[in-house]
Design a protein around this ligand. Structure first.
Ligand code: C2E
Ligand code: CA
Ligand code: CA
Length: 492
C-alpha cells in the first residue's frame, strides 16, 4: 500500500489531469441524464460510465507505469526514482550524507556463480541496506553493482558504525552449500554541505571519494572534500589534451646524469619525461604519471620515450660520441597489454643502437607479481640487447628473495634510504645501505643510489663501493642539448 501511494504520488500531475478528465466526463453524463427514460436505465448508465472511467484509469496506470521508478533486479528504486525521492527528503532541515556503495570484485561473483546468483546477491544487498534505513532515508541501485544511499548525518564515527553494520551482514551472505561469497562493500561519502546541487552531482562526489580510502574507519570508505573536485577537474583537463600533446611533440625527454663514483664522471643517465605545454609551461611527471597509469596512457608515453631515446642514442653513435647508457622507465600498466614488449622490439628494429646502451627500469612493485612472467620479460629484454634494473628498490615491500630469482643487471636504491632524517645519518641507516649494496655485489648486480643530495653521503657511498649516483648533489634532470654539452663538451 505504501509503495502504491509513493508511486501514485510520483504521477500526481498526470493523475490529477486524468481525474479531472474523468470528473468532466462524469458531469457531462449527469448533465445529459434526463435524456434517458426510466430510473433503472439512469442508474445503470451512471454505474456503467463510472465503472468504465475507473477501469480506464486503472488499466492505463497498470500498463504504463507499472515499472516506473522501480529497479527490475532488486525491486527497489532505480537511479531516477532515488534521485527524485532524495531531492524531496533534502528539503527538510536535517543534516544528510550521501553514500555511494560499490561491491568489491562483483564481476568475479558473476563469473564464478553466474548472473542469476549475482542478481540474487544484489537483491539481498538491497534488503540489507533498506532494513538499516529510517523512514526519512532512502536507497536505490544507481547502476550495475553500485548503490546510492541517502542517510541522516550525525558524525562520521556514527556513520562508520551504521555502514559497518551493513557490511557485517554482507559478509554473512552464503551460497547454497553455506560457503561465504566473501562480499565486501566500498563506500564513498559526501557529507552534504550544499543541498541545492543536483543529487546526481552529489552521487558523483561520493563516487569520486570512494576511490580513495580514508584511514581510521572500520569500513573501507573515502570522504569527499573540495580538493577532490579540483583534482578531478584538473585530471579531466589533462586528459582532454594528452593525445594532442603527444602528437604535437609536447612530451619531451629530460636526462638526469648518473655519476660513477671513482672519478665522478658521467657514466649514464635516466630519461625522465616532461610535458611542455605551450600555454601552461612545464608540467612535472608527479602530476600526470599517476593519472596516466590509471587511464593507461602511460603505455603510449613510455613507448614514445623509448623511441626518442633510441633515436638519440643512434644519433650519438653515428656522430661518433662515446656511448652513455640511457635508462627508460617501464610502468607496471604495460602488464595489462598482452605481449606489450613486442612493440618495444619493433621500435628497436628500426634503430641501430649499440648493445647494452639502453636500460629498462622495472619498478619494484612489479616484483610482487607473477615471477614467471617477469622472468620471461627480463629474458626478452636481454635477448634484444638491452639491460634492466630494479627501480625504487626499498620503497615498497619486495622481498630480498626476488633478487636471486630474477636476472636483472642493476639495483637502484630508492631515495628513501637517503631522505629519511632518522635513517640517513644513523649507524643503523648506514648499516642497512651497506648491507643492501653488499648483497647486490654478491649477486653481481650494479648499484645506483638515487636521490642523493649531500656530499657526505657521496663519501659514504664511495666507501661502500656503490657504482653510480644519480642525485641533485651532482645534477638535476636537464634538456638533451644541455646534457650533451655537459657529457660530450670536451670530447666533441
Ligand atoms: P623515478 O623513476 O624514481 O625518477 C627519479 C625522480 O627523482 C625524478 O623525478 C628525479 O628528478 C628525482 N630526483 C633525482 N635526484 C633527486 C634528488 O637528489 N632529490 C630529489 N628530491 N629528487 C631527485 P621526476 O623526473 O619528477 O620523476 C618522478 C617520477 O615520475 C619518476 O620517478 C617516475 O616514477 C615517473 N616518471 C618520470 N618519467 C617517466 C616516464 O617516462 N615513464 C614512466 N613510466 N614514469 C616516469
Ligand atoms: Ca626510474
Ligand atoms: Ca626511482
Amino acid at each position: 500500500m505504501r509503495q502504491l501511494l509513493t508511486r501514485l504520488k510520483s504521477f500526481r500531475g498526470a493523475l490529477l489531469w486524468d481525474l479531472a478528465t474523468a470528473v468532466a466526463l462524469f458531469l457531462f453524463m449527469i448533465w445529459n441524464l434526463d435524456r434517458f427514460e426510466g430510473n433503472l436505465t439512469k442508474v445503470s448508465m451512471v454505474v456503467l460510465t463510472t465503472g468504465f472511467l475507473v477501469l480506464m484509469v486503472a488499466v492505463k496506470y497498470q500498463l504504463l507505469y507499472k515499472h516506473f521508478g522501480r529497479d527490475d533486479v532488486t525491486g527497489g528504486k532505480d537511479k531516477k526514482e532515488f534521485e527524485r525521492v532524495a531531492k524531496k527528503m533534502l528539503r527538510s532541515d536535517a543534516s544528510y550524507v550521501l553514500v555511494y556503495a560499490n561491491i568489491d570484485r562483483f564481476k568475479l561473483i558473476n563469473e564464478i556463480y553466474g548472473s542469476s546468483v549475482g542478481d540474487r546477491i544484489l537483491q539481498e544487498i538491497h534488503s540489507i541496506v533498506d532494513a538499516e534505513l529510517r523512514w526519512d532515508e532512502v536507497s536505490g541501485r544507481i547502476m550495475a553493482d553500485n548503490f546510492g544511499i541517502l542517510m541522516r548525518y550525525h558524525s562520521l564515527p556514527k556513520l562508520d558504525e551504521r555502514l559497518s553494520r551493513i557490511s557485517r551482514q554482507m559478509e554473512g551472505l552464503v551460497d547454497e552449500n553455506g560457503n561465504r561469497y566473501g562480499i565486501a562493500l566500498y563506500f564513498g561519502v559526501y557529507v552534504i554541505t550544499d543541498k541545492d546541487i543536483e543529487v546526481s552531482t552529489m552521487l558523483e562526489h561520493a563516487n569520486m571519494a570512494r576511490k580513495k580510502i580514508s584511514p581510521g574507519y572500520r569500513v573501507p570508505m573515502g570522504i569527499y572534500d573540495e580538493k577532490d573536485k579540483l583534482r578531478l577537474g584538473r585530471e579531466k583537463e589533462l586528459e582532454m589534451k594528452m593525445h594532442d600533446s603527444l602528437e604535437h611533440g609536447d612530451f619531451i625527454p629530460y636526462l638526469q646524469p648518473k655519476y660513477e663514483l671513482k672519478g665522478e664522471t658521467i657514466a649514464g643517465a635516466e630519461a625522465l619525461v616532461r610535458w611542455k605545454d605551450p600555454e601552461e609551461g612545464m608540467i612535472y611527471p608527479d602530476e600526470f604519471i599517476p593519472l596516466f597509469e590509471s587511464n593507461g596512457f602511460v603505455v603510449d608515453i613510455d613507448l614514445y620515450m623509448f623511441e626518442e631515446v633510441c633515436r638519440m642514442v643512434e644519433r650519438w653513435n653515428r656522430e661518433g660520441w662515446r656511448i652513455i647508457p640511457i635508462s627508460v622507465n617501464l610502468s607496471r600498466s604495460h602488464f595489462n597489454v598482452p605481449d606489450f614488449f613486442h612493440a618495444y622490439e619493433e621500435i628497436l628494429e628500426r634503430y641501430e643502437v649499440p648493445p647494452r646502451s639502453i636500460e629498462i627500469e622495472l619498478t619494484e612493485s612489479l616484483f610482487y607479481n607473477d615471477m614467471e612472467e617477469l622472468n620471461s620479460l627480463v629474458g626478452r629484454i636481454h635477448n634484444v640487447g638491452l639491460s634492466c634494473s630494479i627501480d625504487d628498490f626499498g620503497s615498497g615491500f619486495s622481498s630480498l628473495n626476488v633478487l636471486k630469482d630474477v636476472q636483472v643487471d642493476a639495483l637502484k636504491l630508492d631515495r628513501v634510504f637517503f631522505v629519511n632524517e632518522n635513517q640517513k645519518d644513523s649507524e643503523r641507516g648506514k648499516n642497512v645501505i651497506q648491507s643492501v649494496i653488499q648483497l647486490a655485489q654478491a649477486l653481481d648486480l650494479h648499484t645506483i643510489s638515487e636521490g642523493v643530495e649531500e656530499r657526505d653521503q657521496v663519501e659514504f657511498l664511495k666507501q661502500m663501493k656503490c657504482d653510480l649516483i644519480q642525485g641533485y648533489v651532482f645534477a638535476k634532470p636537464m634538456p638533451v642539448p644541455e646534457f650533451e654539452k655537459l657529457a660530450f663538451g670536451s670530447y666533441k
